[in-house]
Write a protein that binds this ligand. Structure first.
Ligand code: PGA
Length: 247
């Protein structure tokens, strides 16, 4: 039985004060009984949010990481630096792939570095609108799994976030049927590489998840949680999504 996992991805949002207030509001509600809950916050807010969450079950994550441990890599943040603050990190978000040149190869390098540490990864995959229209969704996802994930020992420490790019921040959610069908496809691809271990890997759906559509999406058998962008910036909305994840 895979425990539901709801993670907020704050992206490049929140001032220092807003980040603390948001984390405090989430922690005050005491979520985490029926589902794993996490927030992935901007680097500068890690310390404040860590403090705000310290007596809660909410896990703290970052949104990216570099694979080298230290050295002349101006602007980058390493795995050991993050491990001092948090226990999770998002890798290969489509915005990183789209705007910052990330590829399946860089995703794999980051994944290897993260798995060698105490951090757990959330690895993002997903197809663009053009790819879906051209019936290339399966091919794209199979390639992202094979090239970005399959070079490691796939275990339950890894969460895979399936996020169709056309549904991110657009208000256009995949229907529960499409989301389920695609997450089942992703699990089958993971099985090709990991065998039955893939049954323990949680697959989140991401893309315009909100308090209204969460319950139906999260009730699908192959959707084990959500990676939530916009709706994770309002504590009440985010907490409603967490509630909707309870089995
Ligand atoms: P969204 O973002 O919920 O705002 O669509 C999801 C994500 O990019 O993780």
């Amino acid at each position: 039985m895979r425990r539901p996992f709801i993670a907020g991805n704050w992206k490049m949002n929140t001032t220092r004060a807003e980040a603390s207030a948001l984390a405090e509001a989430i922690a005050a509600a005491g979520p985490g009984a029926g589902a794993d809950v996490a927030v992935c916050v901007p680097f500068p807010h890690l310390a404040d949010v860590e403090r705000a969450l310290q007596h809660s079950r909410v896990r703290l994550g970052a949104q990216d990481v570099y694979w080298e441990e230290s050295g002349a890599f101006t602007g980058e943040v390493s795995v050991p630096m993050l491990a001092d603050y948090c226990s999770l990190v998002v890798i290969g978000h489509s915005e990183r792939r789209q705007y910052f040149g990330e590829t399946d190869e860089t995703v794999l390098r980051k994944l290897k570095a993260v798995l060698a540490s105490s951090l757990d990864p959330i690895v993002c995959i997903g197809e663009s609108l053009e790819q879906r229209k051209a019936n290339q969704t399966g091919e794209v996802l199979a390639r992202q799994v094979a090239n970005g994930l399959a070079g490691v020992d796939l275990s339950e420490r890894i969460t895979v976030a399936y996020e169709p790019i056309w549904a991110i921040g657009t208000g256009e959610t995949a229907t529960p049927e499409i989301a389920q069908e695609t997450c089942a496809f992703v699990r089958a691809e993971l099985k090709k590489h990991a065998g039955d271990a893939a049954d323990a890997i949680r697959i989140q759906y991401g893309g315009s998840v909100n308090a209204d559509n969460a319950r139906e999406l999260l009730s699908q058998p192959d959707i084990d949680g959500a990676l939530v962008g916009g709706a994770s910036l309002k504590a009440a909305q985010f907490l409603q999504i967490v509630e909707a994840a309870k089995p």
